[in-house]
Ligand binder design. Structure first.
Ligand code: SF4
Length: 346
């Protein structure tokens, strides 16, 4: 049994069946989520015989193993993690001054098949568990000896297609007795899974929502993102308006700029029409190269034209700062398992 991924109440219940008092569960919870312990031996304020007993019982304190990492000169690190069933996933650590961000995955592969994204190329293998999602953060914190204070759920997979595990992991990272990462520093990104957006709107959590938009016209969006056939733009926008109304929170739209595909004047016009008057922010992402893809990155001049035009009509827009492109660790580039495994010391 894996102890990581359990809420404090669940831990208390579990250890109660072993005859342990509640405060022991609280101590263990602190060791796991605040001190990133991954062995019972590290929990030095537990009696030695108890540590021995927990080790003997084979209670696991982790669900993934770091097997490789590559680091860029700006400090960005891409990790390759192996799961217990030997599938692999990738996560990224992006330090910037005081802000220590982790971009984490929610699925092995992805079933959404967005045409510009490496993750979708091999389809969905399986959902990650809440333990596997939270363990990416804990392991990155341990590996980098830093306290992650910003999380973007934008790695491999569609988080709202793995709703329950993703939300449980968010609650664990947000718990002040756990990792204590403020909800406003947690962003969940979706390609537009409407039932998940509607459900998220009703959660008592102040997390940020980002929508991968990439086109403001149904025909083009369906070509780039087949999910648009299931949840077309008009229905998606209704769900987003509902989300903003219920939460009062601004939504971010991600728009990957692809040369000659979605950066034409008519694309800009449709984008302005779609988003005018909405409480939102647009994040323009210069396309990151993906092996075998025919798509190219928009010219910087076009990206700046978009920024100016959007700003003129009072739609706040920025260009996503490039991090991790050299490592194939940027948006749309994560693939998992396509690089060699070298054992890493924990
Ligand atoms: S962009 Fe996101 S939803 Fe689309 S295939 Fe890639 S990981 Fe999946």
């Amino acid at each position: 049994m894996n102890i990581k991924g359990l809420f404090l109440e669940e831990l208390q219940e579990f250890f109660h069946t072993m005859g342990l008092p509640k405060y022991r569960a609280a101590q263990i919870y602190t060791w796991i989520y605040q001190k990133q312990a991954c062995t019972w031996e590290e929990m030095t304020d537990l009696p030695k015989d108890l540590r021995g007993r927990l080790t003997e019982q084979g209670l696991a304190l982790g669900s993934l193993t770091p097997v490789n990492r590559i680091e860029d000169s700006d400090g960005t690190i891409k990790f390759l993690f192996e799961l217990e069933d030997h599938n692999t996933i990738e996560s990224v650590f992006i330090p910037e001054d005081e802000r220590l961000t982790s971009c984490i995955s929610t699925q092995v592969g992805c079933g959404m098949q967005c045409s510009f994204c490496a993750t979708g190329q091999n389809g969905l293998i399986r959902n990650l568990t809440a333990a596997e999602i939270i363990d990416q953060l804990l392991t990155i914190s341990r590996q980098t000896k830093s306290r992650i204070n910003n999380v973007v759920i934008m790695g491999q997979g569609e988080p709202l297609a793995n709703y329950e595990a993703t939300l449980n992991a968010i609650k664990l990272m947000n718990d002040p007795k756990g990792m204590g990462i403020g909800a406003r520093h947690i962003t969940i990104s979706t390609c537009g899974v409407i039932p998940g957006i509607l459900k998220l709107a009703k959660e008592p959590l102040q997390v940020n929502l980002a929508i991968s938009l990439h086109a403001a016209d149904d025909g083009l969006r369906t070509r780039l993102m087949p999910i648009n056939k299931v949840y077309p733009l008009s229905e998606l926008m209704t769900a987003i308006r509902n989300y903003i109304e219920l939460t009062g929170r601004r939504v971010t739209f991600e728009y990957t700029m692809i040369d000659g595909i979605n950066d034409r004047p008519q694309d800009l016009g449709q984008l302005i029409q779609l988003l005018s008057g909405l409480l939102c922010h647009v994040n323009l992402i210069p396309l990151n190269p993906v092996k075998g893809s025919a798509f190219g990155r928009s010219k910087m001049e076009r990206i700046h034209d978009f920024i100016s035009a959007l700003t003129r009509v009072h739609i706040e827009a920025t260009i996503r700062k490039e991090r991790g492109t050299n490592l194939a660790a940027a948006c749309g580039q994560l693939q998992g398992g396509n690089w060699s495994k070298n054992d890493l010391a924990k």
